[in-house]
Write a protein that binds this ligand. Structure first.
Ligand SMILES: [Zn+2]
Length: 497
């Protein structure tokens, strides 16, 4: 191994700050070019420009690294689950001799050189992203059988889409590449600890392992103080709506950052989102319960002896019902009938998608986004149809709304959704700055009909009640390199958004 990806990228001269004409290039193209540059050194023909070649390069590179360190865990891509570079492998192999494989203090594990190499692709993509001003200093790669099948960075600014975090983008790319919403045989490498939305996406995609570069506290050093965001979701994911969610202590929007030493110290309190419950409850419930309304939905519970499961869900979940019931006084600018009219559109979206076979098992979910009394986006859950594990009704509606308005900021917009959102969708709602969410049925109700995933709180995504991690996590992978992306972003005077 001659140079790190970061060095290759720096030397390549293909991505200088301000080269706006390159903005349109896809991430895959960029990564391919990075790999090509490296591939030249690795004596792979520069004429081979395909993504396959890119992957092959990385595979060879990783394979070489693994062989060099005596790691027998890696084989070629025809062998399933080839990358078994667990923490134990790294500790028992010669990985410790590599300067890159040094465990970062305070982290739970150390990574092998192969894992570090995978993380390097994520940080390389992050560097590409900040130099092209696509978004924040975050990158993510998805790896299957040691082959990088997706590599992406934060694209919130360039796509004008608040859901385009690096992890979400990488997951979407991987779903597209593999033609499935199920990534259970894949791992994610992300340069920074995922936010709750992205953890939700990792969970939905069923990714089996997460490798993390730096944690949220490192991100906070550079102004990404999302900790309040975590706290909000963590504390209220199950009972949101009882309180107005606020971004307490959120830094005032600022273009200054850690590098300038002029971080805006003023703290402001922002309303995050107000959530109201029980709009058109009966109609929304019927999406789940009434076969005449929903003909094809495969009911997982309440048939063929699954009644105990139905009852178990009733017993297991505390009533997460939102206490903020809609009243005529609560939103004086709109009548209850008007709210119901919008919710009816969300119900209709769910029904329409069911009829068209877009939603399959996930038919009871529809969402509508309204601005100034006008519907600007309508969507249903299309996870199975679009083979995209992030395509919940709420997330798809947010994406459509941002396209419609041409901005990632949906402040002042309202979302009507037939069910209380899951953690990923709630995260997307918060990032989009939607001001109010109106829900039909509760999480508890959805759980009684087999949609128990939506009831998972943020904490539940990370660990079971015994405190055991549900998704295996390796922290501190190529942490220095991942933090260097933040530093470069600071030097480029990156904008906090
Ligand atoms: Zn995120």
């Amino acid at each position: 191994m001659s140079k790190s990806v970061g060095e290759i990228l720096q030397d390549s001269g293909i991505e200088q700050p301000g080269r706006k004409e390159q903005m349109e290039e896809s991430v895959t193209d960029l990564i391919t070019r990075i790999a090509e540059k490296a591939a030249t050194q690795a004596a792979i023909s520069a004429a081979d420009k395909s993504v396959d070649k890119c992957n092959q390069f990385w595979q060879t590179k990783i394979s070489g690294l693994s062989a060099a360190q005596g790691d027998a865990g890696y084989q070629d891509s025809t062998t399933p689950a080839a990358v078994t570079t667990s923490a134990d492998d790294a500790n028992t192999g010669e990985a410790a001799k590599s300067p890159k494989a040094k465990p970062t203090p305070g982290t739970t594990s150390s990574a092998s050189a192969a894992e570090e190499a995978c993380m390097q692709t994520a940080s390389a993509s992050a560097r590409v992203g900040i130099r092209l001003e696509h978004g924040g200093p975050f990158g993510a790669s998805i790896v299957r059988d040691g082959v990088i099948i997706a590599c992406a960075h934060n694209m919130v600014l360039t796509n004008k889409d608040p859901t385009c975090h690096a992890e979400m983008t990488a997951i979407r790319q991987a779903c597209k590449a593999l033609g499935t919403h199920d990534l259970s045989d894949c791992q994610i490498y992300t340069t920074c600890e995922p936010c709750p939305m992205c953890w939700g996406a990792v969970h939905w995609a069923r990714l089996n392992k997460a490798y993390i570069g730096v944690d949220r506290f490192t991100a906070a050093k550079y102004g990404f103080d999302d900790k309040v965001f975590y706290d909000e979701i963590d504390g209220k994911a199950g009972v949101y709506g009882c309180n107005i969610m606020k971004r307490h202590g959120f830094r005032k929007d600022s273009s200054t950052n850690a590098a300038g030493g002029a971080m805006n110290s003023e703290r402001v309190e922002k309303n995050m989102v107000e959530i109201y419950d029980g709009i058109l409850r009966k109609e929304c419930e019927e999406l789940f319960t009434n076969p005449a309304v929903n003909k094809t939905y495969r009911r997982r519970y309440l048939q063929n002896g699954t009644q105990p499961l139905h009852q178990a869900a009733i017993d297991a979940f505390p009533d997460a019902g939102v206490k903020r019931y809609m009243t005529l006084e609560s939103t004086p600018d709109r009548s209850l009938a008007q709210h119901e009219q919008f919710m009816r559109l969300a119900v209709a979206a769910a029904e329409r998608c069911a009829k068209n076979g877009m939603s399959k098992e996930r038919e009871p979910f529809g969402a509508v986004i309204v601005k100034d009394g006008t519907v600007i986006a309508t969507a249903c859950n299309s996870v199975c149809y679009s083979r995209d594990s992030t395509a919940t009704a709420e997330v798809s509606a947010i994406q459509a709304a941002t396209v419609n308005l041409g901005t990632y900021n949906l402040e002042g917009c309202e979302i009507y959704t037939t069910s209380q959102p899951d953690v990923m969708s709630l995260g997307a709602i918060l990032w989009s700055r939607i001001s109010r969410a109106y829900c039909g049925v509760t999480q508890k109700f959805a759980a009684q009909y087999g949609f128990e995933e939506a009831s998972l709180h943020f904490k539940d995504l990370l660990e079971d009640p015994g405190g055991k991690r549900l998704i295996e996590v390796v922290q501190g992978v190529a942490a220095d390199e991942c933090e260097a992306v933040f530093k470069e972003w600071s030097d480029l005077n990156g904008v906090i958004y």
